[in-house]
Design a protein around this ligand. Structure first.
Ligand code: SER
Length: 316
């Protein structure tokens, strides 16, 4: 029986991933940990403990004590926030990964998921239909840490047999827990403001297209990658994930179909150059072949669900 540790369980991905894993593996087998308090749902459905991934001894102790066999490490400082504290962000992002790689090497928790990002690509990468293997010269602290992380993950796989698996997430769109400090966050904020104020001021220009994905698709495919037989994986860095590509103007038009009076204004800030350095669309055919990546949300379906769910939340 697998025992799974989720690090960063109070964040945007963790708060949904824990619940999905508990459904599959049983509540008591999925250990949620974070340095922040979790959602009510997580606290009430199974084990939660405050745990700092930067504290190697405690992390190792936890893994041995609870006989952990799989780790999902989701702790990270996102792209926008990382630019404000470059050295600290580098330290945190790398230390968090290296601690889990070392724990995996030294314990029975050999299977490790760690998210990479479209931020591993940079201004010299082909911007449209970015392939799995291509030029990677990221110019943000976050992107540099993700690219270095991919290389370390593959290294630990080859050298120490750590079963490292990763995907390059596009911007993730969800309604349960808000993201914090990312460049793709506009595509979540816009829904809250559209419903609460009828207007949104966007920090990216109207034609800045980026790849995005609805959280349900992201979670389902993450678990799929973790469950597939190891022999099928031809890449041990991180797999491309395309999702849906759109720009702020297209998203605003889609929202207007539901809220006709909705207006949007544009005031690009320091995140504009970050977004411009990333791909506009991704080719994920290798992921489809290797482990069966499949998504079901397009822009209209995602918009409809986001508006419905956030409206329900705002009513409560
Ligand atoms: N969504 C992330 C960010 O914007 C990218 O991985 O930082």
């Amino acid at each position: 029986m697998d025992n799974i540790l989720v690090i960063g369980s109070s964040g945007q991905i963790g708060s949904e991933l824990v619940m999905a894993l508990r459904k599959i593996y049983g509540n008591e087998h999925v250990f949620a940990t974070d340095i922040k308090q979790p959602t009510k749902e997580i606290r009430e459905s199974g084990p939660f403990q405050i745990l700092d991934v930067l504290d190697f001894k405690n992390l190792m102790h936890f893994v041995v004590r609870y006989k952990i066999t799989q780790i999902y490490n989701l702790a990270a400082v996102l792209s926008g926030n990382a630019e404000k504290i470059p050295l600290q962000a580098w330290d945190i992002n790398m230390k968090a990964l290296m601690n889990t790689l070392e724990v995996a090497r030294q314990s029975d928790a050999k299977k490790l998921f760690w998210p990479s990002s479209i931020a591993v690509f940079g201004p010299t990468t082909p911007r449209y239909n970015t392939p799995q293997l291509t030029v990677m010269e990221p110019n943000t602290v976050y992107g540099i840490s993700k690219l270095a992380g991919e290389r370390w993950g593959e290294y630990y796989y080859r050298r120490y047999n750590v079963d490292f698996r990763s995907v390059r997430y596009p911007g993730l769109i969800s309604y349960k827990t808000e993201p914090g400090g990312g460049t793709t966050d506009y595509a979540v904020e816009i829904f809250y403001d559209a419903l609460a104020k009828g207007t949104y001021q966007c920090f990216l220009k109207e034609d800045t297209a980026l790849p995005m994905m609805f959280m349900d698709d992201a979670i389902e495919n993450t678990i799929k990658l973790m469950e597939v037989d190891s022999s099928r994986l031809t890449h041990r860095s991180a797999y491309n994930m395309a999702g849906i590509s759109f720009d702020p103007k297209q998203l605003a038009e889609e929202i207007k179909k539901h809220i006709p009076a909705f207006t949007i204004t544009y005031k690009p800030d320091f995140r504009q150059p970050i977004a411009e350095s990333w791909p506009a669309s991704i080719d994920d055919s290798v992921s489809q072949q290797d482990w069966g990546l499949k998504t079901t949300y397009d822009l209209p379906k995602m918009t409809k669900v986001m508006l419905e769910k956030i409206r329900e939340k705002q009513k409560k």
